[in-house]
Design a protein around this ligand. Structure first.
Ligand code: GUN
Ligand code: FE
Length: 452
């Protein structure tokens, strides 16, 4: 008989933006199907067996782990925006402006994914690499190639990562060797990818296709309209694009679409702004656009690393303002524009960038706390992906996407060392600010252990 998974020890998760719950001596039970079926907030080690008996679980039916001091469970991280075909170009072209960076670094690189063998090799490394970093859910941009995108979906499913996977739509303002031939071919290849993801994961347990117009600059009106049509007839599908990222991008967009005053009206007109839209960046936001994003219930993928290194905005998004208005926000590594594939790095950069915003706003927009950036990387990201009923924290009924953190690294100099006087919250803070993937001992998605 399939085993239940049981952990006793410290569990840390967000109940909301301003409520980080630290459970010491907790007990969590996960069914063989990967669902959290019980969570007890304070129970001694000695009483565990008796409690499990009340759940009608005999010893042969569970696999129990007693966590040591310095070890704890957190929910898995959600990366709301990243580019799988940029895995092998991370860190290149830093400080370039967005359109130059696309032209010189990114398009030549992404064009290589026309070769399925190459795609399989890089994507396998990419998915393993993100799982290694504790990213249990990722919203991936693929390249423009349908075949490579299907391979990415297959690999995520095989390796057990929860993922949105999107064929990137782009039929203009990109080189001849790397753009969709026609609107029709772009749309039919998208339909092909949607059908493939539905075929490999019929209930959408882990994998979904995400509609992925690269951004308005690379899409003709008819392509945006066609994607909006697909969105209307497939209301379960997420949508992602780049939004108000940089001045160079925004001003070129205006010249291409002179009838729209702003990107909210533009993407909204084509039916691409829904509660399932994930808008990367949102660095420059007018009062009008903030109000519309809230009304439309769109989510923001905040990518603080790429915002300040690639793209030419060099300006982080107004996250405090989003949170004040209860606009959904999560974190994105935006790897490879973002040089790091670690969401821990994205959390730290979100904190740093928010402190700069605090100074720039003369104290009005207070910087983010550690608890808040952790929320963004977990429950906040789950909300952006409309997955918060399934994942994002360790609540009963959710799927067990979680990380086992061990602060006692065997290698000196990794995470700030554990001291006698440290309580669970201190250890957590040390991990968030100084830990790395060596402290992420196990990674679970829907109860399955997936870290290689
Ligand atoms: N805008 C259009 N494409 C991209 C991309 O690949 N990365 C970033 N950061 N912005 C984009
Ligand atoms: Fe991006």
């Amino acid at each position: 008989m399939a085993q239940h998974l049981v952990f006793h020890g410290t569990l840390i998760h967000s109940l909301s933006l301003d409520h980080l719950e630290v459970i010491e001596n907790g007990l969590i039970v996960i069914t063989a199907d990967g669902i959290i079926s019980s969570l007890v907030r304070s129970i001694s080690k000695e009483s565990v067996q008796q409690h499990l008996a009340t759940l009608e679980l005999s010893e042969s039916q569970y696999d129990i782990h007693f966590l040591d001091r310095g070890q704890f469970l957190v929910p898995g991280f959600v990366d709301t925006h990243n580019h799988a075909p940029q895995w092998a170009q991370r860190g290149l072209g830093q400080s370039m402006h967005i359109l130059d960076w696309l032209d010189k670094v990114t398009f030549p690189n992404e064009a290589r994914f026309r070769n399925p063998e190459y795609a399989r090799r890089i994507y396998a490394s990419c998915v393993d690499g993100f799982l290694q970093q504790g990213i249990t859910t990722a919203s991936y941009y693929g390249s423009m190639h349908a075949e490579a995108t299907k391979i990415l979906g297959d690999l995520c499913l095989e390796k057990g990562q929860r993922a949105f996977v999107g064929k990137c739509n782009m039929n203009r303002n990109a080189p001849d060797y790397y753009r969709d031939a026609t609107v029709e071919s772009s749309l039919s290849e998208t339909q092909d990818c949607i059908a493939h993801m539905r075929m490999i994961d019929p209930e959408g347990r882990l994998i979904k296709h995400v509609l992925t117009p690269r951004f308005a600059i690379t899409c003709e009106d008819a392509l945006l309209a066609g994607l909006g049509e697909i969105a209307r007839s497939n209301p379960d599908l997420p949508i992602q694009t780049h939004f108000n990222e940089a001045e160079q991008e925004m001003s070129f967009t205006k010249t291409l679409f002179p009838t729209f005053d702003n990107e909210v009206d533009l993407y909204g007109h084509f039916g691409l702004l829904t509660k399932r839209s994930i808008l990367a960046h949102c660095c420059y936001m007018s009062e009008y656009e903030l109000g519309r994003l809230k009304d439309l219930d769109c989510g923001v993928a905040h990518c603080p690393i790429s915002n300040m290194t690639v793209g030419g905005g060099f300006m982080a998004a107004p996250v405090r303002e989003f949170l004040r208005r209860d606009i959904k926000v999560g974190l994105g590594t935006d790897s490879g524009g973002g040089f790091s594939s670690s969401i821990l790095d994205a959390m730290r950069q979100a904190l740093v960038a928010s402190n700069a915003k605090e100074v720039m706003s003369q104290g009005k927009d207070k910087g983010l706390s550690i608890d808040e950036v952790f929320y963004l990387a977990t429950l906040g990201g789950a909300r952006v992906c409309c997955l918060d009923e399934k994942i994002g924290n360790l609540a009963i009924g959710k799927e067990f996407d979680a990380l086992l953190i061990d602060s006692k690294s065997s290698k000196p100099g990794v995470m700030t060392m554990l001291e006698e006087q440290d309580n669970a919250k201190t250890v957590f803070d040390k991990f968030i600010m100084t830990g790395d993937d060596r402290n992420i001992k196990k990674v679970f998605v829907r109860g399955r252990q997936v870290k290689v």
